[in-house]
Design a protein around this ligand. Structure first.
Ligand code: PLP
Length: 426
């Protein structure tokens, strides 16, 4: 921390000033929620034309009435849309209900019980203690799924170009119980990094080195969520096809952060073997997904170009918010050695690292001032951040004036925790 010129008295005076600022913020009695990456109402409004877009015409191009039962894979037009989002052929995609997270959960349940390809060995078979590689900081809900199925989680650090692949490969060599790995390859949650071509190429080959039944869960939730120029991402499935490892890549995406967060369309993609195995489960649990909603999405967006044009409007709403976060962090904390943070070019989050050991204190101080942050540790497996330093900021939902206030509180809390830490360390 850069307080070398402050003697003990000066430090005390500075702490008192920041404490006074914190008390003043507490007395405002605001109630601001910075926890989840929710689209703002203005973003949801962009897709309001979904209502009414069908105008009484419920038929797909092949004449199917979407109001009826059936069509387990989703309608062909929606599968094509998912294929364009994920960069695969439509036959490698199924279009389902509103949540990709649900598909991930179901896929893991299927892998644990029946085996990842729908056949043995299942991840829960016999004495096997199946383990998952968890790049982190990462998405808390991925880690919750692993916990729910008692899949032991092994943290792997992120590098700025995706997971540390030397570490991933070493772990896979050493431990035959490792059966899977989470990946959020573009604008990763929460670090906002996009995996480099080299990272993606190495991930595509992992199954050659891993135990049979190893799977990469490729959650491309932010595939079209650029704020500026389009950020390219290597095509992991194509690469895997070249290496003969395509069964190991299971991909997910949804329109939750494109259209309606609670009423979008989710996609799962993979090899024929992967989808055939999973279809057996789907066919038992459902007679078919909500095809009417799928048709609405296809009519509104048409294709990937339509989605990209729509996402430009999202970007116009997101950029100013991320700009507020960046400006306030720079103005309040720049060059002070009180933390470091990301400057995302897309996605939904800013990742902030406090000085080691201070994240939970910052979260607590913020709560006292009416700002709710994701609990410290949530971005790590078992909610354990070994450095107690990572905090995920989610700027999308708050209005710009609320965001200004939220950042004022956040910056003040980081300052206070950092200065108190400097005092106790002196
Ligand atoms: N995957 C990631 C990485 C996310 O950040 C989120 C939401 O924040 C989801 C999945 C949720 O997706 P869905 O709404 O399709 O279930």
């Amino acid at each position: 921390m850069t307080t070398p010129n402050l003697d003990a008295n000066q430090l005390k005076t500075r702490i008192e000033a920041v404490e006074a600022a914190h008390s003043a913020l507490c007395s405002r009695e605001v109630n601001l929620d910075f926890t989840r990456g929710k689209p703002a109402i203005s973003q949801l409004q962009l897709a309001a034309a979904l209502d009414g877009v069908l105008d009484g015409d419920y038929l797909t191009a092949d004449g199917t009435d979407t109001r009826g039962y059936g069509g387990l894979d989703g309608i062909p037009e929606a599968r094509q849309l998912g294929a364009e989002l994920l960069g695969v052929s439509a036959e490698n995609v199924i279009a389902q209900g509103n949540s990709s997270l649900t598909l991930m959960y179901l896929y893991i349940m299927h892998a644990c019980h029946y085996g990842p390809g729908g056949q043995a060995p299942a991840w829960h078979a016999g004495a096997l203690q199946a383990k998952f590689l968890c790049p982190c900081p990462g998405y808390d809900r991925h880690f919750e799924i692993c916990e729910d199925f008692s899949l032991a989680m092994i943290p792997v650090p992120m590098t700025g170009e995706g997971p540390d692949m030397d570490r991933v490969e070493a772990l896979i060599r050493e431990d035959a119980d490792i059966r899977g790995m989470w990946c959020v390859p573009k604008y990763s949650n929460p670090t906002a990094e996009t995996y480099s071509d080299e990272t993606v190429t190495r991930i595509a080959q992992l199954a050659r080195k891993a135990a049979p039944g190893f799977r990469v869960l490729w959650d491309n939730a932010y595939c079209v969520h650029d704020f500026y120029d389009h950020q390219p991402l290597a095509n992991v499935f194509e690469l895997a096809q070249g290496f003969g490892t395509e069964d190991s890549i299971v991909m997910f995406a949804s329109t939750s952060k494109i259209s309606f967060a609670g009423a979008g369309v989710a996609f799962m993609a993979g090899s024929k073997a992967t989808l055939d195995g999973f279809r057996k489960r789907l066919g038992v649990m459902s007679i078919g997904p909500d095809k009417v909603n799928q048709l609405r999405h296809v009519r509104l967006f048409k294709d990937r170009a339509g989605i990209q044009a729509h996402m430009q409007q999202h970007a116009d709403l997101m950029r100013p918010k991320f700009e507020i976060v960046r400006q306030q962090l720079e103005a309040g904390l720049g060059n002070q050695g009180m933390g470091r943070w990301t400057d995302p070019k897309g996605g939904y989050f800013v990742s902030f690292d406090t000085l080691p050991g201070l994240a939970s204190e910052v979260v607590q101080l913020a709560a006292e001032a009416g700002l709710k942050l994701l609990p410290a540790g949530a971005t790590f497996p078992y909610r354990h951040d070994p450095h107690n330093s990572n905090i995920r900021l989610a700027p999308s939902y708050l209005s710009e004036p609320d965001l200004e206030q939220a950042m004022e509180i956040f910056v003040t809390c980081v300052k206070l925790a950092s200065l108190r830490h400097a005092q106790s360390a002196a």
